[in-house]
Design a protein around this ligand. Sequence first.
Ligand SMILES: C[S@@+](CC[C@H](N)C(=O)[O-])C[C@H]1O[C@@H](n2cnc3c(N)ncnc32)[C@H](O)[C@@H]1O
Length: 209
Amino acid sequence: MQDLNLLNQKRYDVTAWFYDILDYPWELQYRKWRPGLLADVSGEVLEAGVGTGRNLKYYPPHVNLTAMDFSAVMLRKAAKRCAKASCTVQFVHEDASSMVAIPSERYDWIVAFFLCCVLPRDLQEQAVSEFARVLKPGGRFRLLEMKYSADPALRKRQIFFAPFVARVYGAGFDRETLQHVQNHPNLKVTGTRYLKHDTYLLIDGVRER
Ligand SMILES: C[S@@+](CC[C@H](N)C(=O)[O-])C[C@H]1O[C@@H](n2cnc3c(N)ncnc32)[C@H](O)[C@@H]1O
């Protein structure tokens, strides 16, 4: 599915120019979650799929952040938010499903919000394996995903919006991120909870060995 990944990269190089406007209605909700979701993150941190840098200002000051994205234009937008960050930040232009420039066991934390729901289905496992590789043993991860709801009315709305979400964000509600993490021999899920309805799923975990 490299073709879909490449298509996503091109898509985000274009979407980057109006991403913050496009995402604004949802960001009104996300901005309430972001500070709490980043308050306990510490040490060497990789944010995979940093986007336009919406999380940057919420990292605690003692964090040393590697902000990764495969869209050069998204990274440039994120760099503009760097002045608001109280932690140190390095930007890396890199694919989260390969991470060729990232050494193994480098990070204490991985944060990825709305990344795995963008990755093509066939690259999901690969990306989760990369998370496991670049985390130190004992390192933690926090993933935020969107999912199809079991509620028929909500699911109907999601199905209606799915073509738009796929076209504009390259994203889907049908990814199986939690299963991929649970299936990985070195990763352990320590907690899951929904932030809203049964659609915004937070996955917390640790690399065991
Ligand atoms: C939906 S946006 C989310 C941005 C940000 N995490 C947030 O919370 O606002 C997804 C981001 O992941 C990036 N992305 C998608 N696939 C990627 C990949 N394979 N490697 C690295 N970044 C990727 C996109 O370029 C985009 O910036």
